[in-house]
Design a protein around this ligand. Structure first.
Ligand code: GUN
Length: 298
C-alpha cells in the first residue's frame, strides 16, 4: 500500500484565491484588510515564517506591516509596540511571532493584544470563547488541519483521533475543535504527550493520527493501524551536509514519512501539508476581522 498524499499547498492555494476574490470586492468599498507582524530577535525559522506570511498578504491583496526588533528589546518597549498595533486603524489583525527571547514575559505580551485583533487566537479571552463553543477566531493551525480534512473528504465524525502533543498552539485547541458537536468535529479524541505511557498502544487504535509533538520522525509506520490517516503538523530542521541541501538543513515532520506511507491510506507531507494551511487560515481570520470592523459580519 502507498498512501495518498494530501496536498496542503494546493488546497491552501484554492483558499487564497477565494480570499483574494473577496478582498478585491472589499477594496471596491474602500476596505483593505491589514495584517501586522511583530518579530523580536533573530531566530532563523521565525524570520522565514514572518517573511512567508508577509508574501501571502501580498498575494491576496492585503496590507501588511512587519515590525522587527532586536533581541535586547525590553518588556515595556514590546508592550508599547503591541499597543500601537492595537490602536492602528489600518491593522485588522496582528501577531507576535513566537518564541520570544527568554527574558520577555510571553504571557503578559499575549494578554496585551486586543482580542478583536487576535487573529492567532492566543489571548485568554479568545481561548476561553473557543473552549465554550462561541469562538470569534479559530486558531490557525488547528483550523488548517480541520479545513484540510474537510476539503479532502475526511470526516472525523465518530472516528478515533489520536493527537500526539499537548501544546497551547496545536494539540490542546485541536482536541477542543475535533471533539465538539459540530461539522468537522464529533470525533473521539485521545490527547497523548511526552508523559504518555506506551504511545504505541494508542496509535494502534487511531483512525486518524495528528502528530504535533515537535520531535523529528517521532512516529514510525510500524506503530500505525493499516489504512489510517496521518496529519503531520511537525516542522523540524534536521542538519544535513551542504552537498545534500545548500541551506545545510532539510525539513522533516514528526512522522517518519517513508515508513508511514506504506501503512497509512493518506498522509500530509512536510513541507507542503499543514504549514501552508496555517497561513491560509491566518489570512481568513484577518479577512473576518476586517469584515467585522466594517460591520459586514458580526
Ligand atoms: N510560532 C510557531 N507557531 C506560531 C503561530 O502559529 N503563531 C505565532 N505567532 N508564532 C508561532
Amino acid at each position: 500500500m502507498s498512501a495518498k498524499i494530501i496536498d496542503g499547498k494546493a488546497v491552501s492555494d484554492l483558499i487564497k484565491n477565494e480570499i483574494a476574490e473577496e478582498t478585491a470586492q472589499l477594496q471596491k468599498k474602500g476596505i483593505t484588510p491589514g495584517l501586522g507582524f511583530i518579530l523580536v530577535g533573530d531566530d532563523p525559522a521565525s524570520q522565514t515564517y514572518v517573511r512567508m506570511k508577509g508574501k501571502a498578504c501580498e498575494r491576496v491583496g492585503f496590507y501588511s506591516l512587519t515590525e522587527r526588533r532586536p533581541t535586547e528589546t525590553t518588556q515595556e518597549e514590546l508592550l508599547d509596540l503591541v499597543n500601537r498595533f492595537n490602536v492602528n486603524p489600518d491593522i485588522h489583525g496582528f501577531l507576535i511571532q513566537l518564541p520570544l527571547p527568554g527574558h520577555l514575559n510571553e504571557v503578559e505580551i499575549i494578554e496585551s493584544v486586543d482580542p478583536v485583533k487576535d487573529v492567532d487566537c492566543f489571548t485568554p479571552y479568545n481561548v476561553g470563547s473557543l473552549t465554550s463553543g462561541r469562538e470569534s477566531f479559530m486558531p490557525c493551525t488547528p483550523a488548517g488541519v480541520i479545513e484540510l480534512m474537510r476539503r479532502s473528504d475526511i470526516d472525523p465524525s465518530g472516528k478515533h483521533v489520536v493527537i500526539v502533543g499537548r501544546s497551547n498552539i496545536v494539540g490542546r485547541p485541536l482536541a477542543t475543535l475535533l471533539s465538539r458537536k459540530s461539522e468537522g468535529g464529533n470525533a473521539t479524541v485521545t490527547l497523548c504527550h511526552s508523559r504518555t505511557r506506551d504511545i504505541s498502544q494508542f496509535l494502534r487504535q487511531a483512525d486518524i493520527v495528528v502528530a504535533a509533538i515537535g520531535s523529528p520522525e517521532f512516529i514510525h509506520g510500524d506503530q500505525l493501524k493499516p489504512g489510517c490517516i496521518v496529519i503531520d503538523v511537525g516542522v523540524n530542521r534536521v542538519n544535513v551536509p551542504e552537498s545534500e541541501d545548500k541551506r545545510g538543513y532539510r525539513l522533516v515532520g514528526d512522522v517518519h514519512f517513508d515508513s508511514a506511507c506504506k501503512i497509512a491510506s493518506a498522509i500530509t507531507p512536510v513541507p507542503g501539508g499543514v504549514g501552508p494551511m496555517t497561513i491560509a487560515m491566518l489570512l481568513k481570520n484577518t479577512l473576518i476581522a476586517a469584515k467585522r470592523k466594517a460591520g459586514i459580519i458580526q
